[in-house]
Ligand binder design. Sequence first.
Ligand code: ACO
Length: 422
Amino acid sequence: MADTITLIDDRTGKTVTVAINDGVFNSSALRELDPDLRMYDPAFLSTAACSSSITYLDGEAGILRYRGYPIEQLAEKSTFLEVAYLLLNGELPTADELDEWAFDVTHHTFIHENMRKRFVDGFHYDAHPMGMFVSSVAALGTFYPDAKDIFNKQSLDRQTLRLIAKVPTLAAMAYRFSMGLPFVYPDNSLSYSENFLNMMFKVGDDYKVDPVLARAMDLLFILHADHEQNCGTTAMRVVASSQSDPYSAAAGAASALYGPLHGGANEAVLHMLREIGTLENVPAFVQSVKDGNGKLMGFGHRVYKNYDPRATIIKKAAYEVFEVTGKNPLLDIALKLEQTAVEDEYFISRKLYPNVDFYSGLIYEALGFPAEMFTVLFAIPRTVGWLTHYAELLSDKEQKISRPRQRYTGASERNYTKIEAR
Ligand code: ACO
């Protein structure tokens, strides 16, 4: 027999019994009790707003899977473009399918010259790269009138390909502009991650992308490709629900990611490590966090109540990067901080463990990225997740335009008073 839940309206004595499937019951049953009854759930703490077959996350157990495949296996054996194919199509590609997909992405990396010469050149000299990225993604859609043909699968696939291929170009362009460096065009002979690093850092003809660093970049892209219904992805779905084109929706999602509570925590980790400064200062810093003076950045997660599996993978990758770049001096402080915290009752009892951001900033910095680029680095791979959710939402017959209700707490009806009488 299926699990059920029975809701009783104590005002009327009416009851309704609903099935529980996968830990979720359909809240529309409430309207059977009373059509005007609403659930109050700020920040959606108890709401499942959609069904999704993309990413599985068990925060208690520290499990993350894309389309059923454990993140640890994908991180070790796959590439970012293969993972992108998996997320978008639901299955791993055959060798031919992967070749065709990689070829197509590689051959859509260029952007219209007007984007660079007229649009990007219009930004103020010190514009934040993430602000430039958000606006460029929205502006890109205006170059493709077919972007609005969202229920035509061929057209939607074309926009998906364009966005995934072009976001590294937009990101690198924002960085080069902010540094006053000449723009580097995409190089079709390079892989996705190599091409991105080349567009970012090439100065002169001698620059060659180090394969270990390109692999680390690819790994970081894999780990950030999707994370089910987080703030940015929810923004993507809400905008998409009005049948807005994928560029506009992705710009909305990127705007949500821009905030420091979402995509900006790794930057805060670096500031924190610098502030701590020396190993000797770690115990005092941990004590001050316990005393309520700020948070241990890169620790804790709304869903993970265990090690974030991505943090474990990133920590290992950090050592491989440091073999090439030399050790980031902040690593020792991070290690001591982690060790001190995970053995401390305050953090154990609250189930606070390192999250994805605890070590990623250290790698980004070692790769040569300034802190302002960290959120942009998150947005590049997450574009794949956003677009996968966009397509899933459009094909979901149970979805409609997102339109939550509210609990009104304002004034009751009152009469307008003339300005002289106020
Ligand atoms: N350092 C110290 N104490 C913490 C931390 C932390 N990083 N995180 C939570 N706590 C404490 C809270 O003070 C609270 O203690 P209390 O019960 O004594 O009041 C308890 O742990 C529960 O914390 P909540 O705030 O209820 O947890 P919530 O799920 O709302 O917050 C969040 C999750 C925002 C990630 C939080 O842990 C945090 O701010 N961490 C630091 C910022 C960070 O690393 N963000 C990146 C998240 S990953 C990502 O977005 C990609």
